[in-house]
Design a protein around this ligand. Sequence first.
Ligand code: ZN
Ligand code: ZN
Length: 594
Amino acid sequence: MSKIEVMSEDLANKIAAGEVVEKTMNVVKELVENSVDANASIIKVELIDSGVKQIKVTDDGIGMDKEDSILAFSRHATSKLKSLDDLFNINSLGFRGEALPSIASVSNVTLKTSNGKTGTIVEVEGGKIKEVKSCDLKKGTTITVENLFYNTPVRLKYLRSLYTELANISDYLNKMALSYPNIKFILINNDKELLNTSGNGDLLKTISNIYGVEVASKMLFIEGENDDFRISGYISYPELTKGNRSSMTLLVNNRVVKNNDINKCILESYHTYIPKDRCPYVVLNIEIDPFLVDVNVHPTKMEVKFSKLPDLLSLIYQVISKRLSVKTLIPKAIKENIEDNYYEDKVNYEVNSNLYNYSSTPKYSDEVETEKKEIEEIKFDFDTNSQEKVEDEEIENQEDPRIKDMYPIGIVHGTYIICENSDGMFIIDQHAAAERINYEKYYHALSTHSKNTIDVLIPYKIELPSNEYLILERNFSILDRLGFKYEEFGTNTLIIRSHPTWLPKYAPLEAIKKIIEVIVNNEDFDEDKFNEKVSITLACKMSIKAGDVITMPDITYLIEELRKTKNPFTCPHGRPTIIAYTKYDLEKLFKRAM
Ligand code: ZN
Ligand code: ZN
């Protein structure tokens, strides 16, 4: 019996031929998904010039008989889908039948296939079948697409650069490999191997094949469920991040999808663990009743919508933030040679090796840049008196410290505190550590609506430009909520008579100005976001800076306080507060241990 059936007119109309073959990446996608649907256990993709000259996909799947292999090139034939509703009945991957004729109409295609009994070779040029012959072949299918777009100069013009195409294809195959760890994926471009997964069914092994051993060794397994959803997968230690979201893979019932809300939620669960513009490595599979996925979305973009999205997001947030809160996350100073841009390096090397010319001038993070610019000398915010209340409460609901006690040895470059304990040697960034401590202190005071206030002897007068004052005026309720006592005075001027006790004692006016700045610059956000923003701003400005001179007792106090924080590992901007040279690292460095 023939496996390919003629697709309904309705579905055929919904798939414009052009959509399928806009990019070489889409051609690869169609061919690879055909192979997955054919139950392949090995899928090999060989490209010449990112696929523009040649795309060859070989699999060991069920193959086709002669009848099907000819039918595969006629429009409106599909072996899998009969209606759009089938799309998310996850056993099929997408729009089959339409794809091959579309691809064949703009290229030269050779199909070699065998179902284990008969082998067939079909040659197609510009959409027309040139030759069909029978021969002996191994079970499986090889499709070779040559000179893609040769007869369509307009489309060729719109092809993006070879590098972008290859990067897209590589990213796509990585994600396919992550969704099918039991299939071996091989990607080769111009004889250079870019991907070769083990296909042994182990997701962590696949992660290692794609991102390198170093990344795989720093992944945490997660799982959790509620009434409608079950999630599982791996998330990276916060120290491993990338500058874009390609490191985050979302699967729904093992199918690669995109969803912005979920991406945002994942980033939110890492909040203050990683810098704002960085993304963790995540492979997250969501198991779900297909009825809860909205199929009314664009098929080639893999974007999906969920019913009960809030439930799903809160599950993801809980599972990730809980996992991060129970793990010691001090990054080790000594790393393996394989870096987190392992696979990009391969792609870059392949197409554009010039992209990776490292300059010898160090690049600083935005935060450090601003910090360096600041001349103002602000003192250490650790006078014990101002802390007593907050501190006591925190000790009560705090579990054991997440870092072991350590003993300070000294300070390097006026910034890095060297410490030791039986585990090894630790380096603490004095600003980052102080910032984390102050951030949690301010955030706690703000979110518990601590209403203790102090009257000021001489009221502060704050004058603003009228546009800013207008915004502030509309948000007086925020000042009320924070416990300020104030009155309007003349034009665009505010008199502050008392302020919350948690403001730093030595520079309250400075802090008040910062709070007003946050109000004026961020007109509409919810209370929690506002509290966080204020806490981060104040913590950064009010904490000891790099280069500030501190004494040994200050250092001891800093370490003590850092150990009491909920997340002692990163500053609120996501930079590390502490890094480790383990005893073993040191022994290795001095060749005492091999
Ligand atoms: Zn800072
Ligand atoms: Zn910071």
